[in-house]
Ligand binder design. Sequence first.
Ligand code: KDG
Length: 330
Amino acid sequence: MQDNRVDVVTLGESMILFQSYNQGALQYEPLFTKSLAGAESNVAIGLSRLGKKTRWVGRLGSDPFGDLVLATLSGQGVDVSHAVRDNEAPTAVYFKDFKRYGDPAVYYYRKGSAASRLSPEMVDEAWLEGAGHLHVTGITPALGDHTAAATRKLMELAREKGMTISFDPNLRRKLWGEETARETLLSLIPLCDIFMPGDEEAEFLLGKLEIEAYGEAFLNRGPKLVAMKLGAEGSIGFTEKAVVRAEPFAVDRLIDTVGAGDAFASGLLSVLLDHREEIVGGLGEEALHEALHRANLLGSMATQFKGDWEGLPTLAEVRGILDGEKSVTR
Ligand code: KDG
């Protein structure tokens, strides 16, 4: 019999990413490489490399780029059997402009894409079949007129099924207006168990507070665990039982910051999923630190490679690095 169990389901828009071959300015670069991007599929890939069973759900055009998304994700061990194809709308594309060294500007071509047409009626309970955890981000709600309602519906369904849920606000100012973004993101927080904002996102949502005060403020809205990304300062985690800081890892060669937050989410969830039962009662210090520590490592690794997820490690590589093993390369 086929085993349908998966550790994590992610819902989102996956796109084809074009990056200049020489990491030059978009306007003048004649050559581009083509790969896959999308915050939620990045997380699915990251977790799959760390040994978790993952499924990505979302809508793609019935076009060669949609085929490429599916082929790449399946090649990374992600279950795409529930992905939906749209005969009338395309798979989105986007470009990175490396003019700003290390922190590229992105240009989206995704208005009217297949994913932007997602609506609550299209949300299918079968997407969650056999799954223990759902991961969503604040990008999907920003894509179209009904995508916020659809995200909410899937979160509610996951809740009803007793699944745990993580939510990364992933604020994308290019996709929506500030007021709508703030209101929508705040309204989704009570539906998640694990909330993972960056410090700038926390400020966008709640105004300027001391870092520690954000933890309490977000926990009061419903999540059982808040993991905040603090950039070069590492990260901090909050639960009912613990407040833990984790030091950053050094970044020797900053190449591309896009995808670092998703890498952080993969590292964090890969540990938290092994403690799923403890999350609701408030995770203790040791496990919280382990999760943040691994999350910081993955975040720093993602910034040292071109591409969103190509530099993400396997579980054996993570263990090797954290144990200080010298790797044998030849
Ligand atoms: O987190 C990385 C994403 O930003 C990137 O892959 C593209 O999903 C994307 C988005 O909407 O920005």
